[in-house]
Write a protein that binds this ligand. Structure first.
Ligand code: ADP
Length: 554
């Protein structure tokens, strides 16, 4: 629904527009009067004093309107606006009747001026009011001509030569009828235009209200700014966040109007970004609480590509942040607590397995072997959890040096051998260039990444298959691939494959153990090396992972 405020503001704006229009009209009429007088071609009867009155009166009342309407629209009462709207038309009609009278009455073409009040009425009044106004206008004009004809009032001739119109009953009647009919038709046309204007206004209001309703019902704060950074719209969540209440739209948000702790968020809101900018994180402290706010900045572009405004989306991520921190803390504490007893278990199993704690039967040895392997898997998961909490806290250490991945790949293949043999899988290396290029890398982390991919390829392949690792140069980057002909990744799950804890449903059936943490860590490592990772996969046909890294400039 259009608010009362909107209607009031619209009316004030229309009135201001009409007043400006009237200033132009007054200047135009003044110039016309001066030219006519100087050129001495007409208006011979218009005395300088009359001319001055006709010129001064509208200046006075238009000045009064201007002064009144200079006040901010919320300070103008609806009653005052109604009176002003009425006067806009009524005073002009009376004034123009006088102009017509003094510029020749029936001979005058001043009736053209009557169109100005009709125009004003078109935007200010309803249909019935426009027609009433036209009838009133016709009455003024007819009265003037009748009084003049009947010599109740003296006739001011327009031309020095008698053009035989005044006093000629037939011509006067014809003239008056024509003018009156034109006035009536114009009013009818105005009604028609008025309806179109109102229809458009209605449609625009509905559209705007729809947008407002949607924006107001969003949980995120939305602020729309114009080219100069002035606020065009601000929904309630945005106001709540900035503690801005009451009628606000209009001004710019200035940093110094807010407490210091709001500076970051206000600057992010005011930033006139050329491109879309998502997830800019800022802290806001309102004295009681601290909020983590994400600010998205979306420029509204003109056809030439220049920003003409901005939509700013404020998203309160405090709760998510807190939950994330709690989760990370929990993982970190739990993993640290588990690591020591698990390491001890590993050692105990080894001692027992080796017979150092007394003789074990063949069956016991088998069980101890299984326990040892399972324990190792749990250690692996705990290590992954620790890596993840370090990654998320930004503490995952990197130690970059220059080198080739030759040695790393050799180590990985060596380490994968025993598990591969156990599963009857061949792991092959296809080096596609004589010399592998030098890259900047953390050897241990790159090894961890490639190892993870190779382990997965072995783990998710049926017996007898081959896993191939290749290394070469493509598009001036080092390209490493790890491919298998295993179970593949179902199409509908491919998007989630790099997410934390995600495991494909076929992978879960194929191998019960697994944490879903490996690829998340791999992706992080690759990105830290300014590399890219992607894959191609078809369920039941196999998977190829691609890693590409920038080569050190020669
Ligand atoms: P995990 O292997 O412990 O489940 P990862 O993070 O290493 O966790 O892998 C996540 C998921 O990606 C796996 O559960 C599996 O669904 C899928 N995946 C990864 N590599 C392969 C592969 N070579 N073949 C088939 N699926 C794979």
């Amino acid at each position: 629904m259009a608010t009362y405020d909107d209607a009031q503001q619209n009316r004030v704006q229309v009135l201001r527009g009409i007043i400006i229009g009237r200033w132009f009209l007054i200047i135009g009429l003044g110039v016309l009067g001066v030219v006519h007088t100087i050129a001495d071609i007409a208006l011979i009867s218009l005395q300088p004093r009359q001319f001055l009155y006709l010129f001064a009166v509208p200046i006075v009342y238009n000045s009064v309107y201007t002064i009144i309407l200079q006040r901010p629209s919320e300070k103008l009462s609806p009653g005052l606006l109604r009176v002003l709207s009425f006067l806009q038309v009524a005073l002009d009609q009376i004034l123009f009747t006088f102009v017509i009278y003094f510029t020749g009455g029936v001979e005058s073409v001043g009736f053209i001026l009557y169109f100005f009040p009709v125009l004003a009425a078109t935007v200010l009044y309803s249909d019935i009011q426009i027609i009433t106004l036209a009838i009133l206008n016709i009455a003024w004009y007819s009265m003037l001509i009748t009084f003049e004809y009947a010599r109740v009032i003296p006739h001011y001739a327009r031309f020095s030569d008698d053009i035989a119109l005044f006093g000629n009953a037939e011509a006067t009647l014809a003239n008056t009828m024509s003018v009156n009919l034109i006035l009536l038709f114009t009013a009818m046309f105005a009604v028609f235009v008025n309806r179109i204007i109102h229809q458009r206004e209605f449609e625009i209001t509905i559209e705007r209200d729809k947008v407002r309703t949607i924006l107001n019902s969003l949980e995120d704060g939305i602020i729309m700014l114009d080219q100069r950074g002035r606020v065009l719209l601000m929904n309630p969540p945005a106001r709540d966040l900035l503690r801005l209440y009451g009628h606000f739209e209009g001004p710019k948000l200035h940093v110094h109007d807010f407490p210091d702790t709001y500076a970051a968020v206000i600057s992010a809101i005011n930033a006139q970004t050329e491109k879309k900018l998502f997830g800019q994180e800022v802290l806001l402290n309102d004295g009681e609480n601290q909020y983590h706010i994400e600010v998205d900045s979306i420029p509204i572009l003109a056809t030439d590509g220049h920003p003409v405004g901005w939509v700013k989306v404020l998203h309160d991520v405090t709760r998510e942040k807190e939950l994330d921190e709690i989760k990370s803390d929990f993982i970190s504490v739990a993993a640290h607590q588990l690591r020591t007893p698990l390491a001890a278990l590993k050692w105990f199993f080894k001692i027992m397995q080796d017979g150092d704690a007394g003789r074990v039967t063949k069956r016991q040895k088998e069980l101890l072997e299984q326990a040892y392997d399972r324990n190792n898997e749990v250690i692996e998961i705990v290590n992954n959890l620790l890596d993840i909490s370090e990654i998320e806290e930004g503490r995952f250490p990197y130690d970059f040096e220059e080198g080739t991945i030759q040695e790393t790949v050799d180590h990985v293949l060596e380490a994968a051998k025993s598990e591969a043999q156990r599963r009857d899988i061949t792991v092959a290396f296809d080096k596609q260039v004589d010399e592998l290029p030098v890259i900047s890398m953390d050897k241990q982390k790159i090894r961890m990444a490639i190892q993870n991919l190779v382990d997965n390829a072995v783990k998710y392949s049926p017996k007898g298959e081959t896993v191939t690792v290749t290394a070469g140069i493509k598009n001036n980057r080092l390209m490493v691939t790890v491919s298998d002909t295993g179970i593949g990744i179902p199409k509908d799950e491919q998007k989630q494959i790099f997410s934390k804890f995600f495991r494909g449903h076929n992978a879960k059936e194929w191998a019960t153990t697994g944490s879903g943490l490996g690829l998340y860590i791999v992706k992080n490592i690759v990105q830290k090396h300014r590399g890219q990772i992607w894959f191609e996969s078809k369920q039941n046909q196999g998977t190829t992972f691609y890693l590409s890294f920038p080569i050190r400039e020669q």
